[in-house]
Design a protein around this ligand. Structure first.
Ligand code: 13P
Ligand code: ZN
Length: 278
């Protein structure tokens, strides 16, 4: 007698709900206008199996870089050209579950991307970042990109030296040093969607979880969707305070280096070397 396996509707999958909630929140903040922004979330096979027949590949899409370090790994990813505004009402068109092929040169669509959609154009950066972050943190799972307004604005008005940019953000909200003690990475302006921007970003991701793309947006990495969203939210809040401080005529006083050091010691974090003058 043939065994009938019943699967749960993927609409009820926790990872799908997390993607819907996060894209909706990012849109609500105004950080993902039109098709701006993209997210990829590494899934365990046991999380996918209750919802999908993983032997059924809908389409295979080639990639022109080597992702063999991620062979066989599953991700839920936002679609290229898709609007975060629309994810909630139509997840199957705007999101997809993919698996990286054995040779790392293509990805297999297992669900979603209906009507011929494909994964985000920033997939090279996402997958290269996943490779780098997994090599330094086995619990890593999420890469998130958005067009955070005040961070973009700061990339026009602030010196783009990582140490100075980081120090300004640390000064703007007391929690910043605790949330990102390793600071912010900054790459030069590079054409988006390319392997080149992916390689430059991933190189930074070895030491940081936030990378600024000047005049474009921010990339964040983390172990959970909440943590990654919170990381970006914290940096963007500091950038917003910086915008307001500048508009109010600039700093009259600030958190001193000694106070930042005391904060680091109290919260048991190690500030990136070369920033505090102690
Ligand atoms: P996608 O629509 O391809 O994800 O691109 C949006 C984006 O923000 C590019 O950097
Ligand atoms: Zn972008």
């Amino acid at each position: 007698m043939a065994m009938i396996l019943t699967r749960n509707s993927i609409e009820t999958a926790p990872f799908l709900q997390e993607m819907i909630e996060t894209t909706t929140n990012l849109y609500r903040h105004g950080w993902d206008e039109r098709n701006g922004g993209n997210i990829s979330y590494l899934l365990n096979q046991y999380e996918v199996i209750p919802y999908l027949d993983v032997t059924k590949v809908i389409r295979t899409i080639p990639m022109n870089f080597d992702a063999s370090a991620l062979a066989g790994k599953y991700f839920i990813v936002t679609g290229s050209g898709k609007y975060f505004k629309n994810v909630k009402q139509d997840p199957a068109s705007n999101l997809g579950v993919i698996r990286i092929s054995e040779d790392g040169r293509s990805y297999e669509i297992l669900w979603g991307f209906e009507n011929g959609g494909v994964a985000t154009s920033e997939l090279p950066t996402h997958l290269m970042n996943h490779m780098t972050r997994l090599s330094v943190d086995k619990n890593h799972r999420v890469i998130m990109h958005c067009h955070a307004t005040n961070l973009i604005a700061m990339s026009f008005t602030h010196i783009l030296k990582e140490e100075e940019f980081t120090k300004t953000l640390w000064e703007m909200c007391t929690e910043c040093l605790v949330v990102f003690p390793e600071g912010v990475g900054i790459i030069p302006w590079i054409v988006p969607g390319t392997n080149e921007i992916g390689e430059a970003t991933a190189e930074k991701m070895e030491h940081v979880r936030l990378v600024l793309w000047p005049h474009h947006g921010i990339f964040g990495a983390g172990n959970t969707m909440d943590e990654t969203f919170g990381l970006i939210e914290t940096a963007e809040k500091a950038a917003e305070v910086y915008t307001i401080v500048c508009a109010q005529g600039g700093k009259k006083q600030t958190i001193s280096d000694e106070q930042l050091q005391a904060l680091a010691e109290a919260f048991k974090v190690v500030p990136r070397p070369g920033i505090l003058n102690i």
